[in-house]
Design a protein around this ligand. Structure first.
Ligand SMILES: [Zn+2]
Length: 449
């Protein structure tokens, strides 16, 4: 990795810090040194080794955090048979296509998905890869994240119950449970870095209660605790999901999770659209995190997650774009806007402010992913910073440029991850994005033929 430069972000119109006091600092400067935010103040003088980044007319925020994704799905966007299906039908359409993927498809789709996230202000993302056809490995996506320069929390997903055992996925896409656990151990030992400022943390993530056994859920939790890594899965996504849980496990998803050790501050669950009051209380009590994916929930008609009651109860909530086959975009700032709008649909115009939705997208996500070193602009925090140009048409006439999600750009101007600039003037600097997109489109054509 190249040596980290020092930067002075100068004269921001406002810095939305998301710090403990949620300070909004007008005309402030932010200094970045050795990958960390070293100083915040008025009228700071640039040092000789610093590059000055002029931020007049810009809103500066912490980098956005994406807590749920399936990056490989950027290769299967808008697949006709899956465009209008509910979750289970959608999966059954896509499984046979995903079964043809290999390492190259995993690498390129992740690279494009990560670049798309970066352009929308994201500096830290998790990923959930739960199928490994034709020699694919989680390592393929980690290499992609390193090429883009994204802070990355990949999770070793898995499916073990195929159609012939009453599960949803085809038998060819499921793995033996012993192999799954052994590969998770290999990945943690090879890639997981628990230190402050870490660029890669690996999690353990059986796909969902309806695609793995009770034993694997329990063993995954034991392994994660033994290795001190986080646990992730899909939970309570829609009514079909609840019905499956009641029919097969005799309880609701929250109870099932609790019984198997799947609650705690080292666990986060995607969706949770259908959590009831007792499950919300359980998640709050145990500090279990939620990855809210509003666009995917709309796209698949799953419902409106009770984010207002979750936040009021004290549940840690982050935001996720979910896989690119169920969104089908991967724009995290638009996802934050959607989160704000969707709570209002269910609960009225005062149910969620633009600032609160942005807080969920930054500080909230960092908390869900166990990153006390990210998600805010404060001295000592990692230098993960997004700069939004609010001098353009999207913000023209805005009385409150800090209300970015009401009237603001949907592409970031500049983006820093661990003090390295990976977006400059709205362009990815770390990879040849045009070449990656062309490669991806060629792969999509082959898969569609
Ligand atoms: Zn998902």
């Amino acid at each position: 990795m190249a040596e980290t430069k020092s930067y002075l972000i100068k004269s921001a119109q406002v810095v939305l810090t998301m710090d403990d006091d949620r300070r909004e600092l007008a005309a402030h400067d932010v200094r970045i040194k050795n990958g960390v935010i070293s100083e915040i103040g008025l009228g700071l003088i640039a040092e000789s080794d610093e590059e000055v980044v002029a931020a007049r007319g810009c809103v500066v925020t912490p980098g956005l955090v994406n807590t749920h994704h399936h990056l490989y799905q950027t290769l299967t966007r808008a697949v006709p048979g899956g465009q209008d299906a509910l979750l289970f039908g959608w999966l059954k359409t896509l499984y046979p296509i995903w079964a043809r993927f290999g390492p190259e498809e995993m690498y390129v789709s992740a690279q494009v998905g990560l670049a798309e996230l970066a352009l929308s202000g994201c500096t830290l993302t998790s990923d959930h890869l739960y199928l490994y056809p034709n020699g694919s490995r989680l390592d393929d996506t980690i290499a992609a994240a390193q090429s883009v320069g994204m802070r990355f929390h990949p999770t070793r997903g898995a499916m073990s119950i195929g159609e012939s055992d009453g599960g949803l996925p085809p038998d060819g896409l499921v793995e033996r449970e012993a192999d799954i656990l052994n590969d998770a151990i290999r990945l943690i030992d090879t890639h997981h870095d628990p230190s402050e400022g870490s660029m890669v943390r690996v999690g353990v993530a059986p796909c969902s209660p309806f695609s793995v056994s009770r034993d694997l859920m329990r063993d995954a939790a034991l392994l994660a605790r033994d290795k001190r890594v986080m646990l992730h899965t899909h939970l309570a996504e829609n009514e079909e999901d609840i019905a499956y849980s009641l029919a097969n496990f005799g309880c609701r998803p929250g109870q099932y999770a609790e019984e198997l050790g799947w609650v705690g501050e080292d666990v986060w669950h995607a969706h949770c659209v259908k959590l009831d009051d007792s499950e919300i209380a359980l998640f709050a009590r145990t500090k279990t995190g939620v990855a809210h994916c509003p666009c995917s929930n709309c796209r698949l008609g799953s419902g409106i997650a009770p984010i207002r009651p979750m936040r009021d109860a004290g549940v840690n909530v982050g935001l996720g774009v979910d896989g690119s086959a169920s969104n089908d975009a991967g724009n995290l700032v638009l996802e934050a806007r959607q989160a704000m709008l969707l709570q209002r649909v269910a609960r009225g115009a005062d149910a969620m402010s633009a600032r609160e939705a942005l807080e969920i997208a930054t500080r909230g996500g960092a908390q869900v992913l166990g990153r006390a070193d990210c998600g805010q602009i404060a001295v000592g925090m990692r230098a993960d910073i997004a700069i939004w140009d609010v001098s353009g048409i999207e913000s023209a006439g805005s009385w409150d440029p800090a209300a970015l999600l009401l009237a603001g750009p949907t592409v970031v101007r500049d983006l820093f991850v661990e003090g390295r600039q990976i977006v400059r003037a709205g362009q990815i600097t770390s990879i040849d994005l045009g070449a990656a997109i062309a490669r991806q489109n060629r792969m999509a054509q082959v898969l569609a033929s």
